[in-house]
Design a protein around this ligand. Sequence first.
Ligand code: KG4
Ligand code: ZN
Length: 337
Amino acid sequence: MAIILGIESSCDDTSAAVIRDTELLSNVIASQKVHEKYGGVVPELASRAHQQNIIPVVDTALKEANTEVRDLDAIAFTLAPGLLGSLLVGTCFAKGFAASAQIAMIEVNHLHGHILSHFIREPGGRNSHPDFPFLCLLVSGGHTQIIMVKNHLDFEILGETIDDAAGEAFDKCAKVMGLPYPGGPVIDALAKEGDEKAFAFAKPRVAGLNYSFSGLKTSFLYFLRDRVKEDARFIENHRADLCASLQYTIIAVLMDKLVKASKTTGVKQIATAGGVSANSGLAKALLETGEKHGWQVYIPPRKFTTDNAAMIAVAGYYKYREGKTCGLDVSPNVKLS
Ligand code: KG4
Ligand code: ZN
């Protein structure tokens, strides 16, 4: 049995979690409100907020888990990818903590964390998870990938975005409509009141299993610019329809390649991960498409779709089990290693 403290600080959420093997004992998240007025994450402000939050967040996570520092076997932390200043706070904290508590350090790739969020066991929760191999549609603010997950530590990227991520498309289009950041959940809520067929936006044509979202963002921008010239209140008057149509297009693009990936690999265990997998339209599309193609669909509980340390702790556990610890010489990496 291993008790692991997980730390996540790659972007704008400071989070700490404690797990016993894969059983979650606590998961504390401090979200940073400071970025809202800028319409996006400001890296320098994010790292400063992480510095303020990290000690209280860890303290609360240990207390909620009824765990003392001496009970811990290891500390798992996000080393890459993410914002450098943000990653540095978590990494430096983990180094100091590991050295003083004399416990092992495990570096975790943030994206592995998102994928392995399916293996977090919650006391009294629904603890089903996909069987290997499964396909994971990883859709977040920074990444959009289709990944073949062969086991807890073996991943193969089958396709990915060549420009913007799906979450970025949500956020940037929301900004154009004057909606607050992050735009994904706001568009999701407004789309429920709108007609998804009200407006049609061109879907990108990209080879293989890769994605592209920058063209959609640009065509959305030009479309609005032209309409607003004719009617200054166009956005206000059509907000719900715009959100529904945009969301419909993003989901259609995501689903098209996912169906293709399942057909080419023959894999029908299908999972999602990352912030955008909280989208209600995507969940509906997955379940409907899954029914048609005989998929078994796994969508993580909402609280584990956006950034959290529980997923980092569980990914750390699977590495710890294999003796994959790291030394004090590791440094954060902005890009995927
Ligand atoms: O995984 P995540 O918390 O952070 C990254 O690693 O990027 O994902 C954040 C992204 C943001 O782009 C946000 O707008 C999007 O997830 N998101 C959503 C929804 N909830 C969060 N996008 C669409 N619908 C949602 N309900
Ligand atoms: Zn993330």
